[in-house]
Design a protein around this ligand. Structure first.
Ligand code: FMN
Length: 320
């Protein structure tokens, strides 16, 4: 069984990945949040920092690229190769309006002819492993059949399927019927992604698709960094480990950023997931959200770590 860490813009950059790997690990591949090349630059400064080998020691990292331009994909992949990468991932899932309006991410899924030509160019133009992370359509799951037919023409390292359409964003439940169709029809190795927040979720999906042995987790891991270990061995992390992990990310941001408010905003992006696994978390969520200074934020988190316990089996709870 292979477990992959989903790319999450704003959360899973290198500081986070590095700390995660020290305290939790158990990840076969970490996918970077998307790199968005343009005609002038393959990698901007932040994107370069995220993929530098010295920031990604001891981990298998797959850089993700978001584009609909084959030349930009190829150029960026060649640049990544210079830094030692031999595998890249194409983002065909991003649902954000600004991305979709440019026919990128899940916005590219509707342009089947152009997408086919794009895939033809990148698969014939690169001698690197290429995986694809896709939704099941832009406007309707009915698009997925045609997409699988296109994907089947190319030798993908793996096809990671998040079985939602663009219009779902992260609402509604993953369309497991569409994923079952993919299991039947895909010639590429499949990886399942979507709403695995607890070991119970994992066991349910695993039970439905026993032939699938690659799983990508995002929000479930941000909320419960010990989830994979729990799935594998039933062990839950202790508060001290989770605190050390949190503090390591915080120390990293302190070295990188000078404005304490910005550090606090950055930390809130992931700790508001992390609180989900603690007992009696409502008051702490309010306190963290209300914090206006880094000191207030740290005090709220420290109280959480001292006063509450990690609830066995708890996981991310999506907003209603
Ligand atoms: C805040 C946020 C940022 C994300 N950034 C990316 C990204 O950069 N690239 C990508 O392919 N998917 C991105 N995703 C989607 C996740 O990788 C994943 O597909 C999605 O969260 C569903 O998996 P999960 O239910 O395990 O979280 C993002 C999702 C969220 C919530």
């Amino acid at each position: 069984m292979k477990f992959y860490f989903a790319p999450m813009e704003g959360v899973t950059k290198y500081l986070y990945r590095e700390a995660f790997n020290i305290y939790f690990g158990n990840i076969d591949k970490y996918f970077t949040p998307f790199i968005s090349p343009d005609k002038n630059t393959c990698l901007n400064k932040k994107e370069l920092n995220d993929i530098l080998p010295e920031h990604n020691q001891g981990m298998y990292v797959v850089p993700q690229i978001l584009t609909n331009d084959a030349d930009d994909f190829i150029m960026t992949s060649c640049e990544l190769k210079k830094y030692g990468y031999n595998e890249v991932n194409l983002n065909l899932g991003c649902p954000s309006g600004t991305v979709v309006s440019k026919k990128r991410g899940s916005g590219f899924l509707k342009e089947t002819k152009v997408l086919d030509e794009f895939l033809d160019r990148i698969f014939s133009g690169l001698d690197m492993k290429i995986s694809v992370k896709t939704r099941i359509g832009k406007d309707s799951p009915d698009e997925f059949d045609g997409l699988i037919e296109i994907y089947n023409k190319y030798p993908m390292e793996e096809l990671i399927v998040h079985p939602r359409i663009q219009k779902d964003f992260y609402r509604n439940t993953p369309n497991l019927k569409a994923f079952a169709d993919a299991v039947k029809k895909s010639k590429n190795p499949l990886c399942y992604n979507g709403d695995i927040f607890t070991a119970e979720d994992f066991n349910r999906i695993r039970g439905m698709f026993p032939e699938i042995d690659m799983y990508m987790l995002g929000r479930g891991l941000i909320a419960n960094p010990g989830l994979i270990n729990f799935i594998k061995s039933g062990d839950i992390p202790d508060n001290q480990t989770v605190k050390q992990f949190h503090d390591k990310v915080l120390d990293g941001y302190k070295k990188l950023m000078f404005d304490e408010k910005n550090i606090m905003f950055k930390m809130k992006e992931f700790s508001l997931y992390l609180v989900h696994i603690f007992s009696n978390n409502e008051a702490y969520i309010r306190r963290i959200k209300k914090s206006k200074t880094l000191a207030e934020y740290k005090a709220a988190m420290n109280s959480l770590f001292i006063e509450q316990e990690i609830v066995p089996g708890a996981g991310f709870i999506p907003p209603a």
